[in-house]
Design a protein around this ligand. Sequence first.
Ligand code: A2P
Length: 302
Amino acid sequence: PRPHYTLPSGDKIPSVALGVWQASKGEVGQAVKAALAAGYRHIDDAWAYGNEKEVGDAIKESGIPREDIFITSKLWNSFHAPEDIEASLDESLSRLQISYLDLYLIHWPIAFKKEPYEKERKIVVDVALTENPYPTWKKLEELVDKGKIRNIGVSNFNVWRYENLTSNPLKYRPAVNQVELSFGNPQPELLAWAKLKGVLLEAYSPLGSSRQVKETLELPIIKKVAKDLGLTPAQVIISWHVQRGVVVLPKSVHENRIQENFKIVALPQEQFNLIERAAVSKPPQRVVNPSKGWGLDYDIFA
Ligand code: A2P
């Protein structure tokens, strides 16, 4: 299987990363160390996960040269205003204890007003910056030129939101779009669109997250393919993702699972087709959708 993809900048992005969303304090550092020891060279973090300091400590303590590791973080919704971005990026860099990020994503296509969110966690949508994320993007391009970020991208953008951003004159087009992709939510239309447009997708919650992982790994078809190929169900799912042409970000805080998730194979076409058909043939179940929680009167993904 493909060990990495090449981004528009020419940088290589390893196809499997350790995801650290919901990896809590006190366990995320050990997870990062276990991943680096197992051969992972790609960590997917975010300002909002609240664990950048511990992740940074673990990277440092691993002794692996910083430039050998691909490190992603994400700009939180309350910092989309151009004047707020650099300070938030600097906070991520200082917590991670590095001088540049390999990839920095706009975490969500929704901008919150900073003050009410910071003062009382009150969500007030900045409608102008949400409808037009171009000023945010221009500032990110500036920070690339300043050397603080090597690649910029987006996350949770549906097609029209992506095209709304990229219809502007861009100096750097989004290197990736990180979205939910799993057996339960395989998004075949989004994937087909991405292939057509040359947009690299990254799969978060690739195993179905804590909510769906158990039922996914116990599906008879997944168990059967795993048995036939001498793999574990998780390895089958992660291999399937890579074969679909996306970056995969499985999260685990357990050393044995972290090692397991890194051993992927090229699935025979027949088995790949079986899984693909089974995944797309039933109604999708999305795990992550904060639209209601954020008080929006629309669905972010619609
Ligand atoms: P844990 O961190 O306790 O290992 P996703 O990557 O889709 O978000 O899924 C992460 C969920 O799947 C977490 O609950 C994680 O739990 C669990 N998980 C990760 N890898 C495996 C695995 N190889 N086998 C079983 N469960 C796993």
